[in-house]
Design a protein around this ligand. Structure first.
Ligand code: ADP
Length: 577
């Protein structure tokens, strides 16, 4: 049960980490590809820019350079073809539409945004689909211009050619032609019409335009993709660091930066200046040298105090298989580790808890069997002890069974009736009194106390658990008081002791399964750490109540339970389906 649970938890967590690791590896190598592409691109563009400017010192950003080139081209087209307007449309495969793009000539920017039509319509659609130029001399009467925004653009006549990208092989033969849009010139000056000579000219210029546009789009797409990848890496819960072959940090996401307490300016610095831990450094170096599947577990002080991180590294290669760096992932495995620790402690304590009553039972039964002649009084005392130890065993086993039911998500099948809590508390105190001579057990209850709706057996278990804890954790004896109070539509049950108390940092944790406070004082008190977990479940889930503890170390503790007087049974049952 508890054992199995942790094992499966561990298993799924491992799987998750493994798939996360794979995802991160993929993302990192994509990112690296995008970065190489962008670098290549920038180099090429810079080279052209420098050549064009004739001045090796000039460094223009490639994006704006491409943009300027395109603007000049559009102006030149207008001049050479003596057109009043030049307009380019780009095909968007997602919408199936052709839409006007920047830059244009002689067209208002506001209007530009409105010019779009389906690629199945109009002259533009025809030119785009057929890949052949079209001249039209009377935009108003030409039936092909239906659906076009020519009215808006005040077009009289025009010439329209496809924007085509050609891919060529080594011998310069065209191996692929893709239409990416259309190029329009409108309104030939001096009242003329466009002619075949214009077609030839425009087709030539359309080729340059198409290649610039496609480069521009490609560049933008790469930049966007890179941005997206960076965002994804940045927001990963796991820490991630990408170290280039030369040892400089090329990426470090927010989680990793928080872990090493560095800011975004860390990119570009040597990773050894950031990571002092020898085992992580070794991991990175060995991975770089080709060892695979390495991982180490390292304690680190993060935002949430001391935590254990599982650190894994892998090589990152580009498309041609060239090593470009290593990616290191930091996973917080503190919870997993502590569950594992608790599991071992649990197995030890449960074994002890089972053995102790069994040893007592066996001892007394053997004595009674083999040694006759005990006086009646002593015999009865032995039987009482056996009876008591059997109860203890039964309680433990039923706790274990209930926990395993809760963990399997099964309902504890409550049986709701009217419960007299005052009577119940009296009974529990009476039974618990038998196990201790050193404690004074008291009930503090007003004269009139209401019955509530609840499951009697479960509420018995809640009270028994709290009272027996109060006795168990006040080693020197003292008073144990059960307070019953009415608080508008609720009742309050308080179990107060004068025992060892609970340190502040454990106050809310004692309700977690397996959680036990380990101090010099309670070292000899055995338990499983399951009782309060169960109590919490019974109170909150089965009775829609609340449970909390107040305590001062060395003074004592009070556990409070707040329960509705009139439990909404339907709601409680729905919650426990
Ligand atoms: P167990 O008693 O079997 O260890 P519980 O779930 O009942 O498990 O309690 C969890 C832990 O909470 C205990 O191990 C103990 O450290 C602490 N605790 C519970 N009740 C008290 C109390 N009345 N006084 C001091 N410590 C307590």
């Amino acid at each position: 049960m508890g054992d199995m649970q942790s094992r499966t938890e561990r298993g799924t967590a491992d799987l998750e980490i493994e798939s996360l690791r794979q995802q991160i590896k993929d993302l990192s190598s994509k990112l690296a590809d995008a970065e190489t592409l962008i670098k290549d691109f920038q180099q090429k563009e810079r080279a052209t820019a420098v050549r064009a400017a004739g001045d090796p010192a000039v460094e223009t950003a490639p994006l704006s350079e491409l943009d300027t080139t395109l603007r000049r081209l559009v102006q030149r087209i207008a001049m050479i073809l003596q057109a009043e307007k030049v307009l380019m449309m780009f095909f968007d495969p997602e919408t199936g539409e052709l839409g006007a793009i920047q830059p244009a000539y002689g067209v208002d920017e506001d209007i530009l945004g409105m010019v779009r039509l389906r690629a199945t319509h109009g002259v533009s659609g025809e030119v785009f689909r057929e890949g052949k130029p079209v001249i039209f001399s009377d935009a108003v009467s030409d039936p092909r211009t239906k659906h076009e925004s020519f009215g808006l653009l005040q077009v009289r006549n025009g010439l329209c050619v496809p924007l085509i990208i050609e891919r060529r092989d080594e011998e310069n033969r065209v191996i692929d032609r893709t239409s990416i849009g259309v190029l329009h010139v409108f309104n030939k000056r001096y009242g003329e019409d466009f002619n075949d000579e214009d077609v030839r000219l425009l087709e030539r210029m359309a080729k340059s335009a198409a290649s610039v546009i496609s480069n521009l789009r490609l560049y933008q797409a790469i930049v966007e993709e890179k941005e997206e990848l960076l965002q994804t890496l940045e927001s990963l819960y796991a820490g991630l660091m990408l170290v280039s072959v030369d040892g400089t940090v090329s990426q470090m996401n927010a989680s990793a930066r928080a872990l090493f307490k560095v800011g975004p300016e860390v990119m570009g610095s040597d990773y050894r200046d950031i990571i002092a831990d020898a085992s992580i450094r070794e991991l990175i170096e060995e991975t770089k040298e080709g060892k695979e599947g390495l991982q180490v577990e390292v304690p680190m002080v993060g935002e949430r105090g001391e935590r254990t991180f599982q650190v894994q590294a892998a090589q990152v290669k580009n498309e041609d298989g060239r090593l470009i760096g290593t990616v290191t992932i930091f996973n917080d495995v503190t919870e997993l580790k502590s569950i594992e620790r608790m599991k071992s402690a649990f197995v030890a304590t449960v074994s002890h808890e089972l053995r102790t009553p069994l040893t007592a039972i066996k001892g007394f039964v053997s004595t009674l069997l083999h040694e006759q002649g005990f006086p009646e009084e002593e015999r009865l005392e032995f039987y009482a002890i056996i009876d008591h130890e059997c109860d203890r065993l039964t309680r433990l086993i039923s706790d274990l069974l209930n926990i395993s039911r809760i963990e399997a998500g099964e309902s504890l099948k409550p049986d709701y009736t009217n419960v007299d809590i005052r009577q119940l508390a009296k009974k529990v105190l009476m039974i618990q009194k038998q196990s201790t001579a050193r404690h004074e057990l008291l009930l503090d209850v007003p004269d009139k106390f209401p019955e509530i709706i609840g499951d009697e057996d479960n509420l018995d278990q809640v009270l028994t658990n709290l009272v027996s804890n109060a006795i168990k954790y006040s080693l020197d004896g003292g008073k144990v008081t059960v307070h019953l109070k009415v608080d508008s539509d609720f009742i309050l049950i308080g179990v107060e002791d004068e025992g060892i108390g609970i340190p502040k940092e454990h106050l809310s944790k004692v309700f977690e399964r397996f959680h036990r406070v380990h101090t010099e004082d309670n070292r000899k008190v055995y338990g499983t750490g399951l009782g309060l977990f169960l109590v919490k479940h019974l109170v909150e889930k089965l009775h829609l109540g609340t449970l909390w503890a107040e305590s001062e170390v060395g003074v004592g503790s009070t556990f409070w339970v707040r329960l509705p007087i009139k439990l909404d049974i339907e709601k409680a049952e729905a919650l426990n389906k």
